[in-house]
Design a protein around this ligand. Structure first.
Ligand code: UDP
Ligand code: MG
Length: 338
């Protein structure tokens, strides 16, 4: 029988925070008095996260452990969790306790009270985030809304509750590099919000370096807006107009017998036009790359291990038990090679 509530938690090298997470999350879920499962997606961690998860699973039958073969990234890890979660309602939650698990009760209440499909956790207080994080978030939300993703609620990250219908709709999308915080609002399903104060990371360090933030931003923009492509068109048109003016200027100068000796202007023009062309090509490349990626249809994650398929511990879903796989054993150890 499928549980009422699934909690999907992506984890990448979260050994420091796991004990605190379990200690705080488990009483909250038990207090709800609903059947539930916790789907922990170990996103190719290189530390002791898989070992700890196995240990917790032995005494926490509702914990399901899924290990991805390689680090697939936050969004892909959540996608993996959404594909596996069996609950009528699914909450996605970060492992680092920045999003307090206590809010889950409010989310469930809000969903039932307002009869909606999605409840967004909205950060009303981000004072614990760094100035850079807050500033970049503000630019991201303002930019993405201006670029076309108008439904995206400001300051809603990936802490949200979704109905089964919503999760099925997301799972059915063919899009590979989904930015879920934009994809879910774009479905337009009835929704409400629950505010919460964003806490500090309980332990460990951020797994979101600048490179991953840039990737997320690019995925967000290219996934949700044709505005950058149009920008290329406008640059192109602007460049063409400027070139025409320059041509006229050059012709008039020649006819007037006034020849320009300076090479500075030539260099400036070549460089300027070259820059615009490269920029436009880059923008075009982003979209072509995405089209190519979608055509290839490559999965964004690969599952190495799923505790539901294992017979080494109680099975939360009660589904058929398969013999122990070689992967189960390798997943017990942290992967030192990577
Ligand atoms: N995460 C992941 N794969 C990654 C990077 C991050 O599963 O490649 C997880 C991470 O373990 C955490 C969540 O995504 O549960 C959010 O990451 P983090 O808290 O480090 O990001 P920040 O809050 O600093 O933006
Ligand atoms: Mg965090």
């Amino acid at each position: 029988m499928s549980p009422v509530l699934s909690i999907v938690i992506p984890m990448f090298d979260e050994q420091d925070v796991l004990p605190t997470l379990v200690a705080r999350l488990r009483p909250v879920l038990q207090g709800l008095e609903l059947s539930y499962e916790v789907v922990a997606i170990d996103d190719g961690s290189r530390d002791a996260t898989p070992v700890l998860l196995q240990r917790y699973r032995r005494e926490w039958p509702e914990l399901r452990v899924v290990r991805l073969r390689a680090n697939a990234g936050h969004q892909a890890a959540i996608s993996a969790g959404l594909a596996m979660a069996a609950g009528d309602w699914v909450v996605t939650l970060d492992a680092d306790l920045q999003d307090p698990p206590e809010v889950i009760a409010q989310m469930v209440d809000a969903a039932l009270e307002h009869n909606v499909d999605v409840v967004y956790g909205v950060r009303t207080d981000r004072s614990s985030d760094s100035t850079f994080k807050r500033g970049s978030a503000r630019v991201f939300y303002a930019g993405i809304r201006a670029a076309g993703a108008k439904d995206a609620p400001t300051n809603a990250g990936d802490y949200r509750l979704m109905s089964r219908a919503t999760v099925d709709a997301v799972n059915a999308l063919p899009e590979a590099h989904r930015v879920l915080r934009l994809v879910v609002p774009s479905l337009g399903f009835p929704s409400t919000k629950v505010g919460y104060a964003r806490a500090e990371r309980a332990a460990g360090t951020s797994k979101y370096p600048l490179s991953k933030m840039i990737r997320l931003t690019l995925d967000g923009f290219t996934g949700f807006s044709l505005a950058p492509l149009r920008l290329a068109t406008w640059f192109g048109l602007g460049g063409f107009a400027a070139a025409m003016v320059l041509l006229a200027y050059a012709l008039i100068s020649k006819l007037a017998g006034f020849t320009v000796a300076g090479w500075t202007s030539t260099v400036a023009i070549v460089a300027g036009v070259g820059a615009i062309q490269l920029l436009c090509l880059g923008i075009l490349g982003e979209y072509v790359g995405r089209i190519y990626g979608t055509l290839q249809g490559r999965p964004t994650y690969y599952v190495a291990y799923d505790s539901v398929d294992s017979c080494s511990a109680p099975d939360p879903s009660g589904s058929a038990r398969l013999p122990l796989q070689p992967d189960d054993i390798s997943a017990e150890r942290p992967n030192q090679e990577r």
